[in-house]
Design a protein around this ligand. Structure first.
Ligand code: SF4
Length: 122
């Protein structure tokens, strides 16, 4: 098993700062707009999970198939066109054009991120 970064990731970057085996890499294209975990090196320590302010990281077998939004969350995926701007935990500006804001009560399947994490490292 491994951990997975889902499309709730808005590139805060705190996860990669704490990963003891440098398994977390940022995507650098519109096709891969979040951070990703390399399953071949992840040791499943869980250190990255509490660092994510967006609660985007899950053990692979716990990635929600029916994530219910509180409202105000964003998903960040290839093909989306919404703008998101904020400052990450380092105080650096984050600007994304591949997002969509979720409505309160909206239910989404995050399990597609399992495949996306794997594809990123092929
Ligand atoms: S679970 Fe541990 S080893 Fe795996 S990506 Fe997160 S911090 Fe790195």
């Amino acid at each position: 098993m491994t951990h997975v970064i889902t499309s709730l990731c808005l590139r805060d970057n705190g996860c990669s700062d704490v990963c003891p085996v440098e398994s977390i890499q940022p995507g650098t294209t519109a096709e891969y707009p979040t951070y990703y975990i390399d399953s071949s090196t992840c040791i499943d320590c869980g250190a990255c999970v509490p660092e994510c302010p967006f609660h985007a990281i899950f053990p692979e077998d716990e990635v929600p198939g029916a994530f219910k939004a509180k409202g105000g969350e964003y998903i960040n995926e290839a093909g989306l066109t919404g703008r998101y701007e904020a400052v990450n935990h380092r105080g650096q500006k984050v600007a994304l054009d591949t997002t969509r804001a979720l409505s309160a009560g909206e239910v989404i399947d995050l399990r597609g991120s399992i495949k996306t994490n794997a594809q990123f490292f092929k």
